[in-house]
Design a protein around this ligand. Structure first.
Ligand code: GTP
Ligand code: MG
Length: 202
């Protein structure tokens, strides 16, 4: 599957106001600054489709991008951003939670993790929350350009070891770099496979 066109559609805080047609969609979530918006831009081969920033907390809304005029990529705000107020954090949390719980057309979520860091409680808690709500997800390690290939391998293995304590099966893992355009094809191929399964199940 190739991404041939990508178009910003709408930003929202309310899941009820997200696009109402039942097109399949794929969401990107993870800590603030992990590289969600950059990865979406890299996948779509556009520089400024999703807004990025070196300062955490850039994406604050649920953003829908229409791909190939058929399905959506969804850029979400990051969790774990220390500088927002408690009230703001609760607000984020509640609309992100309702997005995941109510968005029945969400086929799969990509949970992004910075390849440089060992497993962080906030990510493990979020992954456990997805598990409890039976929301399917894959893991995407970001910023692979910052490490050597040996360090990449050992960090992925170490992460999977942590996950094995709680999970019988480890979800698919991708290693990516938005800057160096690494690992993008495997992500679009996995999306393509899921879209084929979705069409076949209809
Ligand atoms: P929020 O919207 O704040 O939650 O952040 P985000 O997860 O969308 O991160 P964003 O894409 O805005 O990127 C955050 C910073 O990381 C920016 O300075 C990016 O240039 C940088 N970045 C993102 N991906 C990569 C990557 O693959 N490699 C490197 N070296 N930097 C990256
Ligand atoms: Mg963002």
């Amino acid at each position: 599957m190739q991404i041939k066109s990508a178009q910003f559609i709408v930003s929202n805080t309310e899941v009820e106001k997200c696009p109402s047609e039942k097109r399949p969609e794929f969401a990107f979530i993870g800590r603030s600054n992990v590289g969600k918006s950059s990865l979406i831009n890299a996948l779509c081969n556009q520089k400024k489709l999703a807004k990025t920033s070196s300062r955490p907390g850039k994406t604050q809304l649920i953003n829908h991008f229409l791909i190939n005029e058929q399905w959506y990529l969804v850029d979400l705000p990051g969790y774990g951003y220390a500088k927002v107020s408690k009230v703001q954090k609760k607000k984020f949390q509640s609309y992100i939670e309702s997005y995941f719980r109510k968005r029945t057309q969400l086929l799969l979520t990509f949970v992004l993790l910075d390849i440089r860091h060992p497993a962080q409680p906030i990510d493990l808690e979020f992954i456990a929350w997805l598990g409890r709500h039976e929301i399917p997800f894959y893991l995407v390690f970001t910023k692979a350009d910052k490490l050597s290939s040996n360090a990449i391998d050992s960090n992925v293995v170490a992460y999977q070891k942590v996950l094995k304590k709680d999970w019988e099966e480890i979800p698919l893992c991708f290693v990516t770099s938005a800057t160096k355009k690494l690992g993008l094809k495997s992500i679009t191929e996995s999306i393509g496979d899921l879209l084929i399964d979705f069409a076949a199940a209809k």
